[in-house]
Design a protein around this ligand. Sequence first.
Ligand SMILES: Cc1ncc(COP(=O)(O)O)c(C=O)c1O
Length: 364
Amino acid sequence: MARDNLYFHEHGGAPERRFGFDGDGLLDFSVNVSPLSPPVTTASLETFGVQKYPSIDGEGIRGFYSARFNLDSETVLPVNGAIEGIYLLPRALKIKKALVLAPSFFDYERACRITGGSVTYLSLEEHNQFALPCIDTIVENLHGTDAFIAANPNNPTGTRFPKETFLALASRFHDKWFVMDEAFIQFVDDFPGSSLMREVRALKNVIVVHSLTKFYALPGLRLGAVIAHPDVIRVLLGYKEPWTVNVVAERVARGLLGCDDYEREVRAMIASERAKIFKRLKKVPGISLKGHAANFFLAQWNGRSGLDGLLKYLIKRKIHVRDCRNFPGLSDNYFRFAIRKPEENDYLLEQLMFAGEKIDTVVR
Ligand SMILES: Cc1ncc(COP(=O)(O)O)c(C=O)c1O
């Protein structure tokens, strides 16, 4: 299952590169970020203080995390987007063999492999709606590994990973790291209860990677944090490059503290749009919906044309969704789409509802 080329691997987004046009007017459902505009005002670069170095370790982001999520600041390591944390962990903790979910975000595997480690896969099964296997199966698969890297909710399956299972495993295997990527957790209905952020003091081998880019619609700015026991944070600091959080990100992170209205609005919009999309698509021939715990849906296209037919049909209508066939276990015509603004979702729904009829006869 390991993919050989560690340099070229696909993410969502960048429709202009993929389709060779400027993407003008294209609705990009392949990227899972908040549909609302970022809750911060812009200012000239000078007012952000770009003429000076930022704090060496992203003080503004640390301040945001400790105030917003009520975390002890010693447990927060600010990073340039969750991705920096994902790559720092295997390097600093010298992870030799990690257990990762399949399908899941490819960068866990890539981060382990480029530091000389390897991964073994825990398959999420199609017939089981890609739910997490039972704890005994996970335990069996943990044999011979020194870390388990998972995500809650998982991308691209949109399925949940119960916090209790993770804590039970971490309490039982003190010699292994348990890394939970919570990049999408602010979109779930029971956040913050479902987060492990506040458990890292009690369990030194539990590490959370969090992102501010998805929920606050700031993927271009790059900001997030690793949350772990202070002793683990000290180890990570020994390997982390200085100044990876720029002054603009630091200032914006501070500004995010005053945006309760935005947070409420995004959560309400995602919850109601998720319910609407589910209701309208669940009986549409040719489409079967899978996980949707976060701000996106995993779906399978069962039309005779195959997924290429659907993608072509959608792109003609200026809709770009994520082709998931390069994820292990999703080769059978799976695609993922983000939950966007109500009118944009309505447009997607309209196109999907009649796709089967318009493209070809639905065969399954
Ligand atoms: C599961 C998951 N974790 C982390 C990231 C990276 O997040 P960030 O933009 O904060 O680096 C992504 C990006 O798509 C993701 O899907």
